[in-house]
Design a protein around this ligand. Structure first.
Ligand SMILES: NC(=O)c1ccc[n+]([C@@H]2O[C@H](COP(=O)([O-])OP(=O)(O)OC[C@H]3O[C@@H](n4cnc5c(N)ncnc54)[C@H](O)[C@@H]3O)[C@@H](O)[C@H]2O)c1
Length: 440
């Protein structure tokens, strides 16, 4: 039966490899529109939870997941032989970097090997993990073609980057346009048919390389612009009479040609911090140095150290020696209203403090019950007036919406605000040291 037919009568089975922030929402979307979905993950705990209908990703509704599992529309397994029972496969595995900031595509290679071991004619394979150009054609395609089957003839291979923004409510899988580039025109056509089942708009580009580069451009664009405002925030603090947040708000009134980006304690997560390095690494193969990427990374990665220096200064003005200071971090996640702590700047600042011998660190994060920093494990403490009064300094590293900032400032002695979260606080503003406010 052709893919058209299987899609039309909803018998096409969709396989999703990697059931994390990207893979699980996609799996549930396909199951919700009526396709049988098999999720594959090497983590037995995730497989076990999913088989019980238990959700672990905030962007997925608990009820949706429960329903598709109960209705037997979705199952999860670590038995990769079941890939052979699928018609379309999405690869959504991690693409981290090494400690030396070199791309680690070992997860993609492992997933491609599993697909190759179970490849059959007519299957559509779509790589979604963010990666450098030529990963699809020079890494994945050769692994799959070792089977003797050929891309574009026997199976169909494409790259289609993920644009999910965890925590965002105004765009969903259905309403976010998807970019797609196949290895051959037939690969693109086949992959487009599959993706269109869950998305309204698929934008086709001429090759997997163009699609891979599109994702990197999107993230590098953010990295460079965040670096620009981070630099201007530190300049504002040096000049002493300009509040960068006020300036950004004013510039954002321009209805064209400007897009607001905001400073902070550094960038974290799995995308903006990591992806630019994928391209700068690849560029070196062509004797090319991506100066914008390097400069942006240098600026953004200096921010946790800058925030640390703000803290040292503020504590010394309060007569508290750094090594004796009790410091409460508000927010461990890398951005507001999510539980993702990967490469979180809060953790980076805590590491810097621990390295300087400041061991009295406490944190609260409604989304993150436990946190590992170096070899120490911390547990989120309840945010009470007593706790706020007990500490020498409260550091706002993540501006979660549910924090009551008036209450926080009222009960604290000193608040270092790296996110402009205290913007609307009316009382006791003298206690606040705000990054980029020009008054630190
Ligand atoms: N998180 C985001 O907001 C986001 C947005 C866009 C793109 N991306 C990209 O999507 C990819 C996946 O990111 P994520 O955030 O979902 O990662 P994640 O860590 O949340 O999930 C990845 C999952 O893959 C599993 N896994 C690892 N190796 C595997 C293998 N060989 N076979 C099967 N499963 C395996 C892991 O156990 C994990 O559950 C990355 O390339 C990332 O850069 C992420």
């Amino acid at each position: 039966m052709t893919m058209e037919r299987k899609l039309a009568d909803k018998t096409a089975t969709v396989g999703i490899i990697g059931l994390g922030y990207v893979g699980l929402p996609l799996a549930v979307e396909f199951a919700k529109v009526g396709y049988p979905v098999i999720g594959f993950d090497v983590d037995p705990k995730k497989v076990e939870k999913l088989m019980k209908g238990q959700n672990y990703i905030d962007d997925v509704k608990d009820a949706d997941l429960k329903k598709v599992v109960k209705d037997k529309k979705m199952s999860a397994t670590n038995d990769f032989k079941q890939l052979n029972n699928t018609d379309a496969i999405f690869i959504c595995v991690p693409t981290p970097f090494s400690p030396n900031k070199e791309p680690d595509v070992s997860y993609i290679i492992a997933a491609a090997n599993e697909v190759a071991g179970n490849l059959k004619k007519g299957q559509v394979i779509i790589l979604k993990s963010t990666t450098f150009p030529e990963t699809t054609t020079k890494i994945v395609e050769p692994i799959l073609e070792e089977t003797g089957l050929k891309a574009g003839e026997d199976f169909y291979l494409a790259f289609s980057p993920e644009r999910i923004d965890p925590g965002r409510k105004n765009f969903t899988t259905a309403t976010t346009p998807v970019v797609l580039g196949g290895v051959t025109p037939e690969c693109t056509r086949q992959a487009k048919m599959v993706i269109e089942q869950v998305t309204n708009h698929v934008h086709v580009v001429s090759s997997p390389e163009a699609a891979e580069m599109t994702k990197l451009l999107e993230n590098i664009f953010r990295s460079v612009n965040i670096a620009l405002v981070n630099e201007l925030a530190t300049l504002s603090d040096r000049m002493g009479n300009i509040d960068i947040w006020e300036v950004i708000e004013a510039a954002a009134t321009k209805p064209f040609g400007f897009m607001p980006f905001f400073p902070g304690p550094g960038i974290g997560g799995h995308c903006i911090l990591v992806d630019p390095y994928y391209l700068s690494w690849k560029a070196r193969e062509f004797d090319f140095h991506t100066n914008f990427i390097e400069l942006a990374a240098e600026t953004n990665e200096s921010m946790p150290y800058y925030v640390f220096s703000l803290m040292v200064r503020a504590l010394s003005e309060h007569g508290v020696p750094l090594t004796h200071a009790k410091i409460l971090f508000l927010g461990a996640a890398f951005k507001k209203d999510v539980d993702d702590i990967r490469n979180s700047p809060a953790i980076k600042v805590m590491e810097i403090l621990l390295g300087k011998g400041t061991t009295n660190l406490i944190y609260n994060d409604p989304y993150v019950p436990e946190l590992k920093v170096n070899s120490s494990t911390f547990r989120s403490q309840e945010l009470t007036p007593e706790l706020l009064r007990l500490v020498d300094c409260v550091m706002i590293t993540t501006a979660h919406s549910e924090y009551d900032y008036e209450f926080i400032v009222e009960n604290s002695q000193l608040v270092i605000d790296t996110r402009n979260a205290t913007k609307n606080v009316k009382n006791h503003r003298e206690k606040i040291v705000r990054l980029g406010s020009g008054k630190v």
